[in-house]
Design a protein around this ligand. Structure first.
Ligand SMILES: Cc1cc2nc3c(=O)[nH]c(=O)nc-3n(C[C@H](O)[C@H](O)[C@H](O)COP(=O)(O)OP(=O)(O)OC[C@H]3O[C@@H](n4cnc5c(N)ncnc54)[C@H](O)[C@@H]3O)c2cc1C
Length: 407
């Protein structure tokens, strides 16, 4: 077993690190100021500085590295892992700048793996080129959506018209507030009396289809996540799209949604390692300089424990992250599921603890707008719930383990 990075990993890790230093960190305060200056009507548009970052990322060869050819650079999950980890150091700008932001990353993977040629030409190619953005509409306000089998939005097939008709309400559709969001991937129930995993379908719905109504934006611990298109609540009233907009087979949407989630979860968790590393840097830079009771914080035993625990926990999560990336490259979705769930249990908890220690080490400054820590905290906290709550992933790990003991 070789723990050193490959030449490909080293090359792209160095390029991403340079991009962060030269472009992304300087852009953070500019993006904040731009978003704050927008009028309510302009609120969800992409900050100009982010568009400039996209151009800089393209120039550095970092755009779409993970997408298979001909859509992108064709890196394996493992080769892309150090890049996506680094992008988490600025989670509201860097992933979007390199076309590795959720939910687009999952939607592109889904269309690439399961879409028809026509669907890929119409939706995947422009998404891969960054011509517009997308959203994924699964979660619903009226049902416990951690159990995807509960998803109740109805999808009826109108054979005569060659269409499907969608009625229901979704929320937390990330990216949907952006004027650049042109398409939704909607999961709904098309076969209510079918077997549990053969009840749902996944349908491509252009945002401008009559009956699609964005009702309001959700905030995350008070943050609108405006840079990346916010999170929308959306109603669907007699929304009609052609039957050819169904992704994969009718009534097989449950499995497709799960397949979509695996790489998305991996990417989110790798980003959380970057989140934690950024918080760790800030903490480790701060504590030698801040003197309390005659000694720098860095010389207080308790603070040294924060540093030691944080380093060990980040490195543990990275090992799990790289193992999960390797698994997605070499095994099928089913066989990778436990590795992904293990990572999804560990990474948000690790990032929350590290960011929390960093906030504590900064005193009141850590809660303020003068460091990125408050935003990093919100990002780490949301990942205990987004893409499946902690408990669901613990259940998955436990079931995987217990299967080995049942005869
Ligand atoms: C920032 C953010 C972005 C998101 N983006 C999207 C998106 O783009 N598209 C989309 O469709 N959804 C999105 N979501 C929604 C997210 O995937 C759901 O919120 C999540 O799956 C949980 O569903 P729920 O909110 O309905 O919680 P519920 O299903 O009501 O669950 C509530 C709580 O029950 C507990 N629980 C669940 N199962 C178990 C169990 N087996 N044992 C013990 N406890 C359990 C968990 O603690 C859970 O938090 C996003 C959410 C957030 C916060």
């Amino acid at each position: 077993m070789d723990f050193s990075l490959s030449r490909t990993q080293e090359q792209w890790q160095a390029a991403m690190a340079e991009f962060l230093e030269a472009e992304v960190y300087p852009a953070e305060p500019i993006a904040r100021a731009e978003v704050a200056a927008l009028t309510p009507e302009q609120r969800w548009q992409r900050p100009e500085v982010l568009s400039r970052l996209v151009e800089a990322a393209r120039g550095a060869g970092l755009w779409g590295l993970w997408l298979p050819e001909p859509y992108g650079g064709g890196l394996s999950h493992l080769d892309f892992a150090p890049v996506v980890e680094l992008s988490g150091r600025s989670p509201h700008l860097a992933p979007e700048a390199i076309n590795a932001n959720s939910p687009d990353i999952g939607n592109m993977e889904l269309l690439q793996r399961f879409g028809t040629d026509a669907q890929r030409a119409e939706w995947l190619e422009p998404l891969a080129a960054g011509e517009f953005r997308s959203s994924f509409a699964m979660t619903e306000p009226d049902v416990a959506s951690s159990d995807a089998g509960n998803i109740a939005t109805s999808i009826e097939v109108d054979e005569a018209a060659g269409q499907v008709v969608i009625n229901g309400r979704k929320w937390w559709s990330s990216g949907a507030m952006s004027p650049d969001c042109r398409v939704l991937l909607v999961m709904g129930k098309s076969n209510p009396r079918g077997q549990r995993h053969q009840q749902h379908s996944l349908v491509i719905v252009p945002m401008d289809t009559p009956g699609v109504q964005v009702e309001r934006a959700m905030t995350v611990l008070g943050f609108p996540d405006a840079c990346t298109g916010g999170h929308g609540e959306i109603s669907f009233t007699d929304v009609r799209v052609p039957l050819s907009n169904v992704v994969g087979d009718l009534h097989r949407g449950f499995g497709l949604a799960q397949a979509r989630m695996a790489p998305t979860r991996l990417m989110h968790c790798l980003k959380l390692i970057g989140v934690a590393e950024r918080a760790f840097d800030l903490m480790a830079q701060r504590v030698p300089k801040r003197v309390v009771f005659g000694r720098p914080l860095a010389q207080q035993g308790l603070v040294q424990q924060w540093i030691a625990h944080s380093r060990v926990e980040i490195d543990q999560a990275r090992l799990l992250g790289y193992r999960a990336a390797w698994s997605l490259d070499h095994k099928d979705d089913q066989d990778s599921a436990a590795a992904i769930s293990a990572l999804k249990v560990v990474a948000p908890a690790m990032a929350s603890r590290v960011v929390d220690r960093a906030i504590q080490a900064h005193g009141a400054l850590g809660l303020s707008q003068d460091t990125p820590l408050a935003e990093l905290n919100a990002y780490a906290r949301q990942m205990h719930i987004a893409d499946g709550p902690d408990e669901v992933h613990m259940m998955a790990v436990a079931r995987h383990e217990l299967r080995r003991y049942s005869s």
